[in-house]
Design a protein around this ligand. Structure first.
Ligand code: CP
Length: 310
């Protein structure tokens, strides 16, 4: 199979094919075995990744750093970028050129929608979007899709239910687009109208003839869900009243799980507040703190190895 990832920036999931993803998943499986058997190898020895984070991150930052180090590469780990060069007034155009001089790949999280595309335009090494404003979070979607594929055996003909505050969720924007690549996929979005899906995603799904519906009540769809994707209400974007509404109305607890199929899974990109109660964590269907998080490491190792490897 041709490696379509080599030297390519990952700014959006647009333009990805099902074959690209299946190739990535195959390498992620190999990375899982590698980590479980020897912890890593030296395949990216001599390569350097710059991790430029202008917004807080635990999982994306740490899993990218771990991925690079487990493959023998070096890391320039810059959290708090907003307090460094940007505070001095440096433009993204200049930052792109500076870090292209030091690193073989740049991973960036930034609060501005479209910033990753700007960085990639001015960089001469590949750029990975680790979340840009209300835009996209493509590698989160890749690890989420890999989790569905590995836990349910296939993404095709599955019913994925997104629940909660969906309007300000770049991971939802990216994952919905990725799911659209798979035959027979059915998607349900459950939220209050005040924080429903972004119009752009709705239009994308309509244009691509995806079977999707929107609901206000989780009970309308929960019994048929194969994967339940829970989201955190984002306090920074909604009023206190809507935040309380989200926490009251869209809580996943043991009663919710009792309505779900035994073969289903519960996912969350994390961090989680009160939208999934602690009692759910011990249920074997809850994969968010275990398999989904580990998959973030395997998928990011796979991506870096395909982008930078021989
Ligand atoms: N899921 C996710 O992006 O988490 P972080 O914000 O901790 O990176």
């Amino acid at each position: 199979m041709t490696n379509q990832w080599h030297g390519r920036s990952v700014i959006s999931v647009d333009g990805l094919t099902k074959e690209d993803l299946m190739g990535l998943f195959e390498v992620a499986n190999e990375m899982k075995t590698l980590v479980e058997t020897s912890g890593g190898n030296d395949m990216l020895k001599g390569r350097v990744m710059a991790a430029l984070f202008y917004e807080p991150s635990s999982r994306t930052f740490a899993s990218f750093v771990s991925a690079m180090e487990r493959l023998g590469g070096g890391v320039i780990p810059l959290q708090g970028m907003a307090n460094s060069s940007t505070a001095k007034g440096e433009t993204l155009e200049d930052t792109a050129q500076v870090f292209s001089s030091y690193a073989d790949v740049i991973v960036m999280r930034n609060p501005e929608t479209g910033s990753a595309a700007t960085l990639a335009h001015h960089a001469w090494v590949p750029v990975i979007n680790a979340g840009d404003g209300l835009g996209e979070h493509p590698t989160q979607a890749m690890l989420d899709a890999y989790t569905i594929q590995s836990e349910l055996g296939s993404i095709e003909h599955k019913h994925v239910v997104f629940v909660g505050e969906l309007a300000h969720y770049r991971a939802v924007n990216s994952l919905a687009r990725v799911l659209a690549l798979f035959a027979g996929i059915k998607i349900s979005f459950v939220s209050a109208p005040e924080f429903a899906l972004q119009d752009e995603v709705r239009t994308f799904l309509k244009d691509n003839h995806v079977d999707f519906s929107e609901y206000e009540n989780l009970d309308d769809v929960i019994a048929d869900a194969d994967a339940l994707y829970v989201t955190r209400p984002k306090k920074e974007f909604i009023s206190e009243e809507l935040y309380q509404l989200a926490l009251d109305k869209y809580v996943v607890d043991a009663a919710t799980l009792s309505k779900m199929k035994q073969t289903s899974i519960v996912m969350h990109p994390l961090p989680r507040l009160g939208e999934i109660t602690r009692e759910v964590d011990a249920d074997p269907r809850a994969v968010y703190l275990t398999k989904q998080m580990k998959n973030g490491l395997y998928v990011r190792m796979a991506l870096l190895s395909l982008m930078l490897g021989q």
